[in-house]
Structures are given as structure tokens and as C-alpha cells.
Ligand binder design. Structure first.
Ligand code: PA5
Length: 417
């Protein structure tokens, strides 16, 4: 199935975009071109302070409160970049004592600060991790300095974390009232830790702005890949019984981008016994595992491939004298060239196997690595908007998550709250 085969209703698309803008939880839509300058300045100033006094910033949050920052941090390989001094660590996204102990060990002998990110301020996983890490911070720096090393990102008006922050004079950032967790990466929720990690947050917002302008402005809808994607995936679900979407790419550093994407679509669409199940693969690794299922398993799947500009200085298959490995035909060929062919071959094979495929290509020729702040900002806004449109086509609210509350209620009962 090719996108062009599907009749798209551009009037409906434009009405839905208006609904998103007017939704009380639709403020994320205005972030790329309306981010308050003063807030951006504050993010940079506080980030600079943390960079000066910390080897690590521990980001404590779960779901939408951490996945966006982690997606960008990992996609840009910041942890391996020696020029980026302060590294991020992520806590409060599970209940594993082992994981938290490992993290605390990494902090041994290092300077660190905490960024607790929770809109509600009451989510159990981050609240527990915060309490434990706060004790570590106090042990290391004493109660007063510890307070100056805590930055809280939370509801601007209320909640336990707001209250604690005010009482102790923590530095704070607001999670704007009209922005929910999984749409918050381009707010202080994601931008502050990323700025600490040395990510160019202006370029991230510029990428998102470019997406907004080229994909959602009223005169661009007929050429908009975003609108095609949002409507076509709903068509595949509604008319063709495809209830699973696989996000596929050939870069291992996109693992957490996949996780962010799965949370975005899973929490936004999976309601009222409806929705497309979001799954992901990293090829070519997964061609040797899930690849078999995709090629010949149940035909309820469609696949969305992410593609970027090629890396500028890639590794090349070296020449080898007297070789016996049969690779001489690839001597001098770069890995991205081989990977590109593998991608093309996969799309052809899956297409022949009856899988509809989308290709979303985000080019940034200025970037040395292909995956850049600009391309990620573009993709974040692309998927946020496509997801909101898609949920509205399903007739569900893209911005709530009533199902998540159900497990919490049961858990609190068992824990005796
Ligand atoms: O997308 C969402 O709204 C959720 O994933 C929340 O971000 C997540 O549950 C964490 O909530 P909070 O920030 O209130 O701790």
C-alpha cells in the first residue's frame, strides 16, 4: 500500500489541527514558535551553573517526565562525548533497588545535582528515588548545599513537590498547566536536562519549528507527510485490520527514541478498547530475531522506517590482502552505504511479504552524524502532532491516561496508603 493510494480529507485535517490548538491540553503545539524567551534564558543560566559544579545531573522522573530527554540524550550519543562535561543519569523510572544502587555507585567521588521532574509531584517511583537520592546528596554536601543542588520541575501552582520546593527554596521550573507529560519534551521538562548535557536546545526548537511550518500550516497540508502519515495509519487500522505499528530504524542510539515514541502513542491512543499497538525494532540487529515474524508472521502489522542524513566521516570496510572472507566486493564501501542498502532491501522484502511501509526521512546535511538536534526536534514535533491527530481520529482523548491511574490505585491499596 502506498500513501498516495489513500484519499486524504484535508478539511478534516485542518479542523483537527484547530481542535488541538484550542484544547486546554494543547499548549505543546505552540512551544516551537512561542517558547518564552525569559524561560529559555533561565534554562540556560541554571544549566550553566549545574555544568560548573556537577559531573552528573540525575534526572528523576518516569514516563513523559524523562523519556523525551533520554531519547535525545541517547540519540546524540551525549554520554560518549568527552566535550560534554556533565553527564545525565536517569532514576525514578522503575522500582528496582539494584538499578538505584548501581546509580549511587556511579556517583561515588563525583559531584552531582538532582533534577526531580514530576508534574503531579506524587508519582511513587520518582518520589521514592528522590527521597533516597536526596539523602545521598545531604550525606555528601550537608543540608544547605544539598538544597542548592536540587532543581524541581513540577506543576506551577500545586502538589507535594511544589510545596516542598517552596519550603526549601529549590530552584524550580514549571510544567505548564496545558502540557501533559508525554508532550513535554520541548518544555523545561526535557530542555533543562538536555541543556545541562550540552545539547543545543535552540536547534532542537528550530527543528520543531521547521516541522510545524512545513507540515501543519494551512497552505502546506496537501504536501504534508505528517498529515499523510497520521491519516494513513488510521486507514490501515480501520480498513485493513493493521492494529500494530513497528517503528524501525538502523541506528542503535535510537533505542530510547523508540521508547519515547511508544509511550507517546501507547498512552495517547490505547483507550476504549481501541488503538494501534506501538512496537519498535532496531535493525539490522532485529532482522535476526523479529525479522522472521515481520516477513512471514501474522499480517496485522505496518512498519514505519526512520531515516537520517548519512554520517560524514563513517567507517569503511578496509582492503585486506589475501582475504578469504569473501568481502572484497565491499572493500572501500562505507558502513552507512551498506546500511542504506540493507534498509532498502528490508523495505522491499517486507513489502513483498504484504507489510505496508512508511518512510520518514529527516535530512540535515549540516550534521556530522546525520542525527542532530534539528532532525530530532523535527521528529518530536512530527510524532506529537501525528499522534494527537491519530487519537482524535480514533475518537479518544490524546491527552489523558485514565488506564495508568488504575494500577496506581491497586498498588496504593496493597501498600496500605
Ligand atoms: O505522559 C504522561 O502524562 C505520563 O507518562 C506522566 O508523565 C507520568 O505518569 C509521570 O507523571 P508525573 O510527571 O506526574 O510524575
Amino acid at each position: 500500500m502506498k500513501i498516495n493510494d489513500i484519499d486524504l480529507d484535508y478539511t478534516l485535517a485542518s479542523e483537527i489541527l484547530e481542535d488541538i490548538k484550542e484544547d486546554p491540553m494543547g499548549d505543546w503545539f505552540s512551544l516551537p514558535d512561542n517558547f518564552p524567551d525569559s524561560e529559555l534564558e533561565k534554562i540556560k543560566t541554571v544549566a550553566e551553573r549545574v555544568r560548573k559544579n556537577s559531573d552528573f545531573l540525575v534526572c528523576i522522573g518516569i514516563g513523559g517526565s524523562y523519556l523525551g530527554a533520554r531519547a535525545v540524550y541517547e540519540a546524540l550519543d551525549c554520554a560518549d562525548d568527552d566535550e560534554k562535561k556533565t553527564k545525565l543519569l536517569f532514576a525514578g523510572n522503575n522500582l528496582s533497588s539494584r538499578e538505584l544502587k548501581k546509580l549511587i555507585k556511579k556517583l561515588d567521588g563525583k559531584d552531582f545535582s538532582l533534577n526531580i521532574i514530576s508534574k503531579s509531584g506524587t508519582t511513587l517511583e520518582p518520589a521514592i528515588a528522590f527521597r533516597i537520592l536526596k539523602a545521598e546528596l545531604i550525606k555528601r554536601y550537608g543540608a544547605e548545599e544539598a538544597k542548592s543542588r536540587i532543581i524541581a520541575t513540577t506543576d506551577p501552582e500545586q502538589g507535594a513537590l511544589r510545596e516542598e520546593s517552596e519550603k526549601n527554596g529549590y530552584e524550580t521550573f514549571d510544567v505548564p498547566l496545558g502540557i501533559g507529560g508525554r508532550y513535554s519534551v520541548l518544555s523545561p521538562v526535557g530542555l533543562f536536562p538536555l541543556a545541562v548535557a550540552g545539547v543545543n536546545i535552540d536547534a532542537l526548537l528550530a527543528g520543531a519549528r521547521e516541522c510545524k511550518e512545513t507540515q501543519t500550516s494551512p497552505d502546506s497540508l496537501e504536501d504534508s507527510m505528517l498529515i499523510s502519515y497520521a491519516f494513513s495509519r488510521f486507514y490501515l487500522y480501520d480498513e485493513c485490520g493493521c492494529d500494530t505499528e513497528i517503528l524501525a530504524s538502523f541506528e542503535p542510539s535510537l533505542l530510547y527514541f523508540n521508547e519515547w515514541w511508544k509511550q507517546l502513542f501507547g498512552e495517547s491512543e490505547g483507550k476504549n478498547k481501541q488503538g494501534i499497538f506501538p512496537a519498535s525494532v532496531i535493525y539490522s540487529t532485529d532482522l535476526h530475531s523479529l525479522g522472521q515474524f515481520l516477513q512471514e508472521g501474522r499480517r496485522n502489522i505496518f512498519e514505519t522506517f526512520l531515516k537520517f542524513s548519512p554520517e560524514k566521516f563513517p567507517l569503511v570496510v578496509p582492503e585486506q590482502k589475501d582475504s578469504t572472507d569473501g568481502l572484497e566486493y565491499l572493500s572501500g564501501v562505507s558502513l552507512p552505504e551498506i546500511s542504506e542498502k540493507a534498509c532498502e532491501a528490508t523495505i522491499r522484502a517486507h513489502d513483498a511479504g504484504g507489510i505496508s511501509t512508511f518512510e520518514i526521512e529527516v535530512l540535515d546535511s549540516d550534521s556530522e552524524f546525520g542525527i542532530s538536534e534539528r532532525s530530532l526536534g523535527f521528529l518530536i514535533f512530527f510524532f506529537e502532532t501525528a499522534c494527537a491527530i491519530s487519537a482524535l481520529l480514533h475518537g479518544v482523548d490524546p491527552f489523558n491516561q485514565p488506564g495508568v491511574e488504575k494500577y496506581k490505585k491497586e498498588m496504593y491499596k496493597l501498600l496500605g496508603r
